[in-house]
Ligand binder design. Structure first.
Ligand SMILES: Cc1cc2nc3c(=O)[nH]c(=O)nc-3n(C[C@H](O)[C@H](O)[C@H](O)COP(=O)(O)O)c2cc1C
Length: 381
């Protein structure tokens, strides 16, 4: 299958599957434990139906929206995902350039394989930096200072990761520390010659924004350092400390309850990402889409709400907005595009989504993002 024949998320996933060695594919695709939450994130959207309002005059559709103080061309942006070089040699710089082209926001992970500054050059537009607050607060301070200097729009603190989730696919595929090669994984590398060639000739797998903090004698390198550095002692006080250290638009990523959304607001956040990390952390938690209405009811207009997890279609985004979200983000769909075709693959994913959203808004009878409301949605019967 060629990139130009990919139309749905599933098409991009299939092409990514063919291009990637097993360990990389399963690292991208996998969820925690039984992957119940990962699957439920997607299927939960089917519990809702859209209610079109007809004859509303939809000749001009304006999908622009404001989020975290930035203007976006559409209410969907690219969620932070670590280590993009695992999936394609275009890595974060290709994703950043695609986000720039489509005038939406790019979320950059703490464990990116391109530098904060190089990504800022590839994406002068809106960009969000995602922080894992690690035990080394000096490192967090340094990351914040670099993001300020490079002109990042907003910062988010991921709070669903006091420890790494249990991703059993990684154990089977050998995506462990140190990596374990099995006959099956070696065969899959042999079947991904382009990926292997680029890996041998180009490298670039380092988590460049934090690698200089890793001491030379540290066993297992940067990945082991990160695992050891997840800070289980983190509390709301630390979140408030980070909000003050940053001093700009600040979000908490990984909020799943009205209680935590209120806490986030009271400790300096202007937005929360309703997220279970794509089902990669605690399994058996609700789907983010199911938590939008209760969280909106609890916080009123005092917080921006972002839905993250299982968003695959323009209609998914419209459902999230109708339930009370300000915007959505997605992870795996653009990573499938990246693995399938580098920057061009991410651009194709964004282009199809943008066209779909525009068409769906017209069909729903909404000219502007602010037109989308509760009267456009009902629970399936
Ligand atoms: C391969 C991969 C890596 C991720 N890395 C990070 C990360 O470094 N930091 C973070 O806060 N979230 C990370 N996430 C979670 C995403 O930000 C987002 O919550 C998730 O992908 C949304 O679900 P979706 O993939 O169903 O769209 C990662 C997700 C994936 C799939």
């Amino acid at each position: 299958m060629k990139l130009s024949r990919c139309f749905t998320t599933e098409d991009f996933r299939k092409l990514a599957r063919r291009k990637l060695p097993d360990p990389m594919y399963h690292y991208m695709q996998g969820g925690a434990d039984d992957e119940w939450s990962k699957t439920n994130n997607e299927t939960a959207f089917a519990k809702y139906e859209l209610l079109p309002q007809t004859l509303t005059g939809v000749e001009n559709i304006d999908m622009t929206t404001e989020l975290l103080g930035a203007k976006l061309s559409m209410p969907v942006y690219l969620a932070p995902t670590g280590m993009s070089r695992l999936f394609h040699h275009d890595h974060e710089l290709g994703v950043a350039a695609a986000a720039q082209k489509f005038e939406t926001m790019y979320g950059v992970s703490t464990v990116a394989t391109a530098s904060i500054e190089d990504i800022a050059k590839a994406c002068p537009g809106p960009k969000l930096f995602q922080v894992y607050a690690l035990k080394d607060r000096g490192l967090t301070r340094e990351l914040v200072a670099r993001c300020k200097a490079a002109g990042y729009t907003a910062l988010c603190l991921t709070v669903d990761t006091p420890v790494a989730g249990n991703r059993e696919r990684d154990l089977v595929s050998g995506m462990t520390l140190p990596p374990k090669f099995t006959p099956a994984s070696l065969l899959s590398f042999a079947l991904s010659p382009e990926w292997v060639y680029r890996a041998i000739t180009g490298g670039g797998f380092e988590m460049v924004n934090i690698s200089h903090w890793v001491k030379g004698d540290q066993k297992g390198g940067v990945a082991a350092y990160i695992n050891e550095q997840f800070d289980r002692s983190l509390t709301w006080k630390d979140a408030e400390w980070l909000a003050n250290e940053w001093g700009g638009a600040f979000a908490i990523k990984g909020v799943m309850t009205p209680h935590d959304a209120i806490k986030a607001r009271d400790h300096g956040a202007s937005a929360v990402m309703i997220s279970n990390h794509g089902g990669r952390q605690l399994d058996c938690v609700p789907a983010p889409i199911d938590m939008v209405a209760p969280i909106r009811d609890a916080v009123g207009d005092s917080l921006e709400l972002i839905v993250e997890g299982g968003v695959r279609r323009g209609t998914d985004a419209l459902k999230a907005l109708a339930l009370g979200a300000n915007a959505c983000s997605f992870g795996r769909p653009y990573l499938y595009g990246l693995a399938a075709g580098g920057q061009a693959g991410v651009e194709r994913v964004l282009g199809l989504l943008q066209a779909e959203l525009e068409r769906d808004m017209a069909l729903l009878g909404c000219k502007n993002i602010t037109d989308i409301s509760k009267r456009h949605i009902q629970k399936s019967r």
